[in-house]
Design a protein around this ligand. Structure first.
Ligand code: PNS
Length: 162
């Protein structure tokens, strides 16, 4: 059984993340979407909220499960005996950081390969950060995130979902 891990902050999950998760679920037998801590970011949503949203938006994907970890991605992958980490690449600007993380994860867990999937064109400009900024100032995020996430963002910022 080929297990793949889709790691990320998912703060919150966007349609761009979902694109990568769905496409991964067609390639691998099982996909574990895992919420990790990114020490460079201060999250808007708690880990529990992020996991809840991810479970809701992936519930129709039979081979996808959601988990969280506050440890190293490489340790998590080894603990699950996973051989593959899937990361989405939007643009050249993602490359440097992703390259560094992939190299480090390879050093920490040589049996685990990081594979990169190109984000579909319509999501190439999308990030959780830009979605949060638009939602914070009352912009419409409906085509950028699943409905449940648009609702949660509106609640967080004390606004009506648009
Ligand atoms: O969605 P993000 O913020 O780009 O995802 C980055 C993430 C969470 C995958 C990365 O920060 C991570 O792997 N965090 C877990 C801790 C870890 O293993 N750090 C070393 C990475 S080489």
């Amino acid at each position: 059984m080929q297990l793949a891990i889709c790691p990320g902050s998912f703060d919150p999950v966007t349609n761009g993340h979902l694109d990568i998760i769905e496409r991964s679920s067609r390639i691998f037998d099982k996909v574990l979407v895992v919420v990790f801590t990114n020490p460079l970011k201060s999250p808007l949503f708690s880990v529990e909220e992020r996991v809840e949203m991810l479970r809701e938006v992936t519930r129709d994907l039979a081979n996808v499960e959601v988990d969280h970890s506050d440890g190293l991605l490489s340790d998590y992958a080894l603990s699950k005996d996973a051989k593959v980490i899937v990361k989405g690449l939007r643009a050249v600007s993602d490359f440097e950081m992703e390259f560094q993380m992939a190299r480090m994860n390879q050093k920490l867990a040589p049996s685990v390969e990081t594979v990169f999937m190109m984000t579909s064109t319509e999501f190439s400009y999308l990030s959780s950060s830009i979605v949060k900024e638009v939602a914070r100032f009352g912009g419409c995020v409906r085509e950028l995130v699943p409905e449940v996430v648009a609702q949660r963002l509106a609640e967080k910022f004390g606004r009506q979902a648009r």
